[in-house]
Design a protein around this ligand. Structure first.
Ligand code: NAD
Ligand code: 0WE
Length: 261
């Protein structure tokens, strides 16, 4: 019997950053990459998340590797890719689905952003894409596809998104500069700009459910997006179907981004 999912990523190996639990966008894209035939390697942020990632990675096969990596540490990034290299001689795909800003900086106004909140948000949410691309590129010997997660707050003011919006603008600019540097090595770099999704990073953000309602009222498709849909777009960007797409931001947001009012 034929598989319901075309095996478009058969023979490819992907590295996935940003699984915290089963609701994570990274898990949605990982599941889709796996269903399309890719072999995967996961990071986990610290001991707190090790068990979660161990259990989820195990669902894709008992031997699925997962290694620690906090992206604020150059030593941990080096150590992570050294482990990857012991496991596989080649990597084809990299998912960056990592973001953080101190909770206080996502509550008041942007004017109050401290130097430290600004530094940390940009380090974890934008610079880490550069560092991970540099770690991964030497393993992408037959070209590759790098995908990072962004949000509309990068280009328009979304109340309370604050310093994360500025960090996402940086992430999108980093995507373009990396695409330019890595194009000759047939490595493509793109962002998926997702509409709001109920994940760990979204929970506890006050007004999140009214933001969902806003998409249900205003987006052309009258809804935001699902992690399954983000997975399908992740498979497309990883596949030959996207062979000439690089440096772009693709909106998976029910069409919200096109509206002026
Ligand atoms: P999530 O909490 O499931 O994932 C965030 C991940 O970032 C976690 O796995 C966490 O471990 C990781 N992380 C944070 N600091 C880290 C560090 N120092 N080192 C390594 N990992 C670190 O939430 P999510 O919503 O799945 O977020 C994933 C990505 O999607 C983020 O880039 C987020 O900005 C983006 N995004 C989310 C939404 C949404 O509404 N949830 C919308 C658009 C874009
Ligand atoms: O990128 C994000 C959220 C990323 C995020 C979430 C948290 C919550 C817990 C980064 N840092 C933290 N720090 C914490 O302490 N999104 C796109 C989801 C999101 O977050 C918002 C949004 C949307 C949408 C915050 C304010 C307004 C809108």
């Amino acid at each position: 019997m034929s598989s319901p999912v075309p095996q478009t990523l058969a023979g490819k190996t992907g590295v996935v950053f940003g699984v915290a639990n089963k609701r994570s966008i990274a898990w949605g894209i990982a599941r889709a990459w796996h269903a399309a035939g890719a072999k995967l390697i996961f990071n986990y942020q610290g001991d707190r998340l090790k068990e979660n990632v161990e259990d989820l990675a195990g669902e894709l096969g008992a031997d699925t590797p997962f290694f620690p990596c906090d992206v604020t540490s150059d030593a941990e990034i080096d150590g992570f890719f050294a482990k990857v290299r012991e496991h596989t001689p080649r990597v084809d795909l990299l998912l960056h689905s990592v973001a953080f800003a101190p909770k206080e900086s996502l509550e008041g106004d942007f004017l109050s952003t401290t130097r430290e909140a600004f530094r940390l948000a940009h380090d974890i949410s934008a610079y880490s894409l550069v560092a991970l691309a540099r770690g991964c590129a030497p393993l992408m010997t037959e070209g590759g596809s790098i995908v990072a997660m962004s949000y509309y707050g990068a280009e328009k003011v979304v109340p309370h998104y604050n310093v994360m919006g500025v960090a996402k603008a940086s992430l999108e600019a980093c995507t373009r500069y990396l695409a330019s540097d890595l194009g000759q090595r047939k490595i493509r770099v793109n962002c998926i700009s997702a509409g709001p999704v109920q994940t760990l990073a979204a929970r506890g953000i006050s007004g999140f459910s009214s933001m969902m309602k806003h998409y249900e009222a205003r987006a052309p498709l009258r809804r935001s997006c699902t992690t399954d849909e983000l997975g399908a777009t992740g498979v497309f960007l990883a596949s030959e179907g996207a062979a000439s797409i690089t440096g772009q931001v693709l909106y998976v947001d029910g069409g919200y981004q096109i509206m002026g009012m």
